[in-house]
Design a protein around this ligand. Structure first.
Ligand code: ADP
Length: 481
């Protein structure tokens, strides 16, 4: 019998029992009153007979209710009754049995879940609305050094005090996990991910990533060492090629030397980019941050690239790009963008801007025309938004997600002439990560691309113009004297 049929037959049995209980109740009351009325009639006291009948039936009902009351107080056994009281007692008993079965089942399930959480190799912590730890598993003890008996009920930031974690926990933006050293053991690296559930409660997952980090560091060191070792032979080769380039050679040999010089330059570029990237990947300490003025920095970066000549896909030199930067020409004092200072790594920021502008120049032209590059910046609610736009061929949507991967290229065929190392956007992504920013790429095929990012408010400030005014006032007064 399936569940639905069983439920239906249970309902119909219940309905029959209910009907019988009501019939019994009404029958008992009516028979008692009628009998008492008849006895009263035989004594010519019909009214008193009926009244006595009502009182008797009421008395019996009260007595049965008393039995029900004693049962509810657990002072007596359940009353055996075929009327409404008996039916209600049966229904309550049946419901109680069903409930206790359900509770038993759920207890078992809960126990199994708790055992599962306990057996996990990742630490799991449950945090209540106010940030206090309500429970955690054994792995959390091993990874964070928590004590099962004394640390429950403590505020999480009292136990995980690393400033990065406190900032992450309080910021309530848990999209990305963070990695930090465990407070329990030096050299134990953990990844911490907070997740929200229920009414503002949280689960924290703690994962041991020591081994992964070790392998990653090994990989970075390997790349850095290989790149470093390649530098010396490359310099020697480039030197000899330069020497040969100056010598008097026949046309065929000169062409070979020219091609070899080009390839050596590419390799040099690649080695430099690899070294740059591994330096960026290994520098997570935040050392080297300083305030620098945004506008002069941009002007210097653009000036450096003004002489850069892009190549077309068949290797011909194209006209120099037209670079437009609206805020660079603004002389207004208190201009909200021109006066901005950024707190960051100037060197890394240079590689972001240079790589994005170089790409816009390289890929932002159409059919032999000069690329038009527009650099713009504006204050938004989130911070300083910087965008680099070109009107080139654009990038198909399915490439966009993978563009910042190392060595990813849209069009392999043109990379030998137009492209660089394929590491440019990977460098940009890493460098922006050090500035709490993310690269956003918008592109429409045939219409060009826009690469933008937002430097958050915490990393920008308005330059104090008073300082400048005081200096120029001092200069003027000195001149007068
Ligand atoms: P590369 O050093 O080869 O230029 P990048 O990492 O800087 O490598 O860029 C990756 C790929 O993204 C490039 O090979 C190119 O195909 C594409 N790309 C980057 N910038 C642009 C742009 N402004 N317009 C069109 N394609 C671009």
């Amino acid at each position: 019998m399936d569940k639905e049929t069983a439920q239906k037959s249970e309902l119909s049995t219940d309905y029959k029992l209910q009907k019988k209980a009501w019939q019994h109740e009404i029958l008992f009351t009516c028979v008692t009153i009628v009998l008492a009325g008849l006895v009263g009639l035989s004594f010519d006291q019909f009214f008193w007979g009926i009244l006595t009948g009502v009182i008797i039936s009421h008395g019996v009902t009260l007595y049965r209710l008393y039995g029900l009351f004693r049962w509810s107080q657990q002072q007596a056994r359940a009353p055996q009754d075929s009327g409404l009281i008996g039916y209600s007692v049966d229904a309550i008993v049946r419901r109680e049995r069903r409930l206790s079965k359900k509770i038993k089942r759920q207890k078992k399930q809960l126990k199994r879940i708790a055992e599962g959480v306990e057996s996990l190799q990742d630490g799991v912590l449950f945090i209540d609305q106010s940030g206090h730890i309500s429970n955690f598993n054994r792995a959390a003890c091993h990874l964070l050094g928590l004590k099962a008996d004394s640390d429950k009920g403590q505020h999480i930031t009292n136990l995980l005090r690393a400033p990065r974690f406190v900032k992450y926990f309080n910021k309530a933006n848990y999209r990305e996990p963070i990695e930090l050293e465990s407070p329990y053991r030096a050299n134990l690296m953990v990844q911490v991910q907070v997740m929200k559930f229920g009414a503002d409660q949280k689960v924290i997952i703690v994962r041991d990533i020591t081994e992964r980090q070790r392998v990653e560091t090994m990989r970075q060191n390997f790349i850095a060492d290989v790149s470093h070792e390649l530098r010396t032979p490359l310099t020697v080769i480039s030197g000899y090629l330069e020497m040969l380039g100056d010598a008097e050679l026949n046309t065929a040999t000169a062409r070979v030397i020219h091609q070899m010089t080009g390839q050596a330059e590419r390799m040099n570029h690649l080695v430099n980019d690899l070294l740059h990237l591994s330096k960026l990947e290994s520098n997570n300490s935040g050392i080297g941050n300083a305030w620098f003025a945004f506008k002069p920095f941009c002007i210097a970066s653009i000036d450096q690239l003004k002489t850069y000549t892009p190549l077309s896909s068949n290797g011909e030199a194209l006209p120099a790009a037209i670079i437009d930067c609206d805020f660079c020409h603004s002389s207004e004092l208190n201009n909200s963008v021109a006066d901005i200072e950024i707190y960051g790594f100037k060197e890394e920021f240079t590689s972001v801007i240079t790589n994005l502008i170089t790409n816009a120049i390289k890929y932002g032209h159409k059919e032999g025309q000069a690329a038009e590059v527009v650099i713009s910046a504006q204050r938004t609610a989130l911070g300083l938004e910087i965008a680099i736009k070109d009107n080139g061929e654009g990038i198909a949507e399915h490439h966009l997600e993978r563009l910042t991967e190392r060595f990813y290229r849209v069009d392999e065929s043109r990379e030998s002439t137009v492209g660089g190392s394929g590491l440019g956007l990977a460098i940009v992504r890493h460098a922006l990560g050090h500035h709490d920013a993310q690269l956003k790429i918008d592109s429409v095929l045939g219409q060009g691309s826009c690469f933008s990012f937002v430097i958050p408010n915490e990393r920008i400030r308005q330059k104090d113009n008073n300082e400048g005014k005081i200096k120029s006032a001092k200069r003027k007064s000195r001149r007068k004297k």
